[in-house]
Design a protein around this ligand. Sequence first.
Ligand code: NAD
Ligand code: DAU
Length: 363
Amino acid sequence: MNRKFSNILVTGGAGFIGVNFIRYLFEKTGFSGRIVNFDALTYAGNPASLRDIAERYGSGRYVFVRGDIRDRAAVDQVFADYGIDAVVHFAAESHVDRSILGPKAFITTNVMGSFTLLEAARSAWKLSDGRLRDDVLFHHVSTDEVFGSLGETGYFTETTAYDPRSPYSASKAGSDHLVRSYHHTYGLPVTISNCSNNYGPYQFPEKLIPLMILNMLEGKSLPVYGDGKNVRDWLYVEDHASAIWTIMNKAADGESYNVGGENEWENIRLLERLIEIVAKKAGKPVRAVRDTITYVRDRPGHDRRYAIDCSLIKRELGWKQSVDFEGGLERTVDWYLANLAWVDAIRSGEYQKWIEANYGRRG
Ligand code: NAD
Ligand code: DAU
């Protein structure tokens, strides 16, 4: 496979991974086409994260459209206006804790929104003889959480049976199944990636690593769920972006690839390492920061361990991680230290005022 894309629709491109993916495409690849970033700007979306990209590339190469993937007319309009020939589907409700508190948005966006997007793609890419174009691609960005929870040993492979255990992972599993069904039933050219935990710049400060960095800087307590021994496999976000781009360019239609860091950490061990890095950079005594660790009530249904076997994408497509965990954590802490204004704007609601001024009031 060697595909060429001219007009890529990135859904959820104002969120953590979407922002990093768009930056990666413009800054680290030879991509010379246009990106249309379609995002509803929920609490997690912030187009200010790409303000410099918008200024540099102008409307010829980068377009932001505020819109909801559940809104069929709005999605159809984007396909029609921009001659979309590839979709990279990030848009989702993504935080497990929120899915436990209020699952509905996860079902409407992650399942119904994905369905709406698939229908729009199927319609836009239909030829006059009823068949679908084969020079287009729908790439679906999914998670390792669809595979459930591991014990102390073993890895998720591409053939591991789905076993989602939170409303978030169940809704992502639903969308994965829909994407595959559109390939098998209608011949829609699709690829899927199931990735482990990402970390890096622009991550919303409700997720473990940015939350802990900011709490450390502010002298707040560091809430560890349960016994702190749950294990996650961490990947630097730019390596996820490069994996998606590799799959889009090289994978056969209908294929899924697991993507991971091969980098497992118990939460408490990760936190201890992060404390050492932040304390040093912020000039705080390590012991004082360590004293703020607070064990709190566990997340209901908390998955114990995720670990990805990503040997297939390495072997078949030649992808590999480029950022080691030590270097990635340093870069991430440096980024938050240098971008406290980005965090303040989120927390104070200042960026919401900017969004309303530029894109209208949130629905
Ligand atoms: P995020 O929560 O930071 O961003 C999600 C983006 O989607 C936001 O910009 C939000 O405004 C937008 N969005 C939400 N609902 C929408 C809707 N109805 N219509 C249009 N836009 C909408 O999420 P993230 O961490 O960047 O994750 C992106 C994708 O990657 C998700 O599909 C997630 O399941 C997947 N993923 C995330 C990780 C991770 O570690 N963060 C790992 C593997 C896979
Ligand atoms: O595995 C991929 C998934 O990783 C993605 O699909 C999700 O979108 C993404 O949010 C992430 O899910 P997790 O639930 O693993 O990430 P989170 O950062 O919320 O939590 C990481 C671990 O840290 C998890 O075991 C719960 C724990 N935790 C989290 C928070 C926010 C704490 O102990 N304390 C906390 O305050």
